[in-house]
Design a protein around this ligand. Structure first.
Ligand code: ITT
Length: 201
């Protein structure tokens, strides 16, 4: 089954291709839609992932999956949350991470709790099937930027039970436990049952 991923983020496509079960072929929408962007003005991850899936699916006229994700830091009331990609928009991730670390200066480890969240949506414009699931991973914000692997905020996120950041742990370790892994495991299990779902509806 070929499904397009409604994203312009190549790292997400790589991770989801590592996570997917055999039998699915996931392609990036950027391979066929140039300069197409969805206005992500939702207040929640789920709103944004539904919006990305529906708008992209209607343009492509083909089944799509979308991923809206981000980092929520408890002591900052969930910031940057749905603004993870857009806050300090023209700055690099190094600058964004430095800004966050400055805000958490003098905050002890146990109060640096955070989570990565991923909302994944499937939409098929041919029969209007739509479903969304969510995955998360809890952890802590490190005291400095550590490691070069992964993307975005990986170098400041230490998963619960680990001592290294995602940036240090690397892609294989991340893909076994990440918010994206949890969300897309659920999504792919539902997709494997789609013929049954469509008989019911
Ligand atoms: P698309 O909307 O085109 O999919 P995007 O990068 O703009 O790409 P989001 O709007 O979902 O995606 O923003 C998610 C941001 O949250 C992302 O750019 C990273 O900064 C951060 N993020 C999400 N998942 C992450 C992960 O696994 N590791 C590190 N940072 C992550």
């Amino acid at each position: 089954m070929i499904i397009y991923l409604a994203t312009n983020n190549k790292h997400k496509l790589e991770e989801i291709n590592e996570i997917k079960p055999k039998g699915f072929q996931i392609k990036g929408m950027f391979e066929i839609l140039k300069n197409f962007e969805v206005n992500e003005d939702g207040k929640t991850f789920i709103e944004n992932s539904i919006k990305k899936a529906i708008e992209t699916g209607r343009v492509l006229r083909a089944p799509v999956i979308a991923d809206d994700s981000g980092l929520e830091i408890d002591i900052l009331n969930g910031f940057p949350g749905v603004y993870s990609a857009r806050f300090m928009e023209n700055k690099t991730y190094i600058e964004k991470m430095k800004y966050i670390l400055k805000k958490l200066e003098n905050v002890p480890y146990e109060k640096r709790s955070a989570r990565f969240v991923c909302s994944a949506t499937y939409y098929n414009p041919k029969n209007n099937t739509l479903f969304s699931v969510e995955g998360e991973i809890k952890g802590y914000i490190s005291y400095s930027i550590l490691g070069k692997q992964g993307f975005g905020y990986d170098p400041i996120f230490i998963p619960e039970g680990e001592t290294l950041t995602f940036g240090q742990l690397g892609q294989d370790a991340k893909n076994k436990i990440s918010h994206r892994k949890h969300a897309f495991n659920k999504l792919f299990s539902l997709l494997l049952n789609i013929p049954k779902l469509e008989i019911i509806s």
